[in-house]
Ligand binder design. Structure first.
Ligand code: EAX
Length: 328
């Protein structure tokens, strides 16, 4: 055998091996999914449910690697990475999302939603669907609204029963203008900060308090650095399962349906965990030493925020706000 012949035989063998491998095992894509809470939190449980359903629905062609606890960065970084396609999926709150998709900011208005039933109905209905579709133009595929929960205030200074008690407290907020405008009417000093920095900031006293849903307060063990919890329920915090357009663009129609259904499954699992944490978390946090006010004077907060609704109406349209409030 001459050299050239031998070389082309080796090439042919390599090609055959390649083709054989392809026929034997389907190509597998591993999706990186990130979020800001622990694997056993509402976010983690939702992400795992999403990935299990995607795996099953695509016969193992798509699997996930979980990146809990801000391991891929804060929510702003994760959204940017999903746009770029350097991260495949994320479960994020709307905290930073409005800076990318201004239309979604409307759902961050304090005291817009009456309760969980109301919020979930709006997010799953035509208004929520329309907001998801607005993300596409910004390079984000919003698969389904998931959930963070109603936000409550914690702090290290004093019990907050009425809005007057909140006056003067320095509180970390998300990087969210709608929240900050609203919270100013409570007399607090809003200090925007990315979530990964919050525990240390509370520990070191850079801020007096923060606000987050029970599942986050539990998962992040904020009871170690905060004495007071008030169930202010001052704003609903939606979350969303987002996918990179780079992945979405590669999916067949059938796979797209699998991914969308998987995200809805994730939302159901996540909301169930929010319900469970709301039901059992208060007792746990009390056991951890927190002093908890379960009967906050909600009217004092609603009254305080009322004037801010003029600005919200100017920004989002009074009719649009009313159409959300009107959902029964
Ligand atoms: O999990 O930044 C925040 O406060 C958000 O609630 C975040 O999702 C925490």
């Amino acid at each position: 055998m001459n050299k050239t012949f031998r070389r082309s035989m080796t090439k042919a063998a390599a090609l055959m091996a390649c083709l054989f491998l392809h026929a034997g095992a389907q190509a597998q894509t591993v999706l990186k999914i990130g979020y800001s809470n622990a694997l056993n939190s509402h976010y983690g449980m939702g992400a795992v449910a999403f990935c299990d359903a995607v795996d099953a629905g695509t016969q193992g062609r798509y699997k996930c690697q979980q990146f809990p606890n801000n391991s891929l960065g804060g929510e702003r970084e994760m959204i940017e990475a999903v746009q770029l396609g350097t991260q495949d999926a994320a479960n994020v709150s709307t905290g930073a999302l409005g800076n990318f998709v201004p239309e979604v900011k409307i759902v961050d208005i304090p005291f817009l939603f009456r309760d969980y039933d109301h919020a979930r109905k709006v997010m799953d209905g035509p208004i929520g669907q329309e907001l998801l579709s607005k993300m596409t133009a910004k390079g984000i595929v919003g698969l389904a609204w998931t959930e963070n929960g109603f936000r409550h205030m914690t702090n290290s200074k004093r019990a907050i029963h009425s809005a007057e008690d909140a006056r003067g407290l320095k509180m970390r907020t998300m990087e969210n203008k709608v929240h900050m405008e609203g919270y100013k009417t409570f007399g607090i000093m809003p200090t925007p900060m990315a979530w990964p920095e919050v525990f240390t900031a509370l520990q070191q006293g850079t801020v007096d308090g923060q606000e987050n849903p029970i599942p986050v307060i539990l998962s992040a063990k904020l009871s170690q650095v905060q004495k007071y919890l008030s169930l202010t329920k001052h704003v609903y915090s939606p979350a969303v399962l987002v996918l990179s357009p780079a992945i979405w663009g590669k999916l067949s129609e059938a796979d797209k349906q699998v991914f969308t259904a998987a995200a809805r499954k994730a939302a159901a699992v996540q909301r169930k965990k929010v319900n469970d944490d709301e039901a059992n978390g208060i007792a746990e946090l009390r056991k951890d030493g927190m002093q908890i006010d379960e009967n906050v004077n909600g009217d004092s907060f609603r009254k305080a925020v009322a004037p801010a609704y003029t600005a919200y109406a100017r920004e989002f349209g009074a009719e649009r706000i009313a159409s959300i409030q009107a959902v029964k």
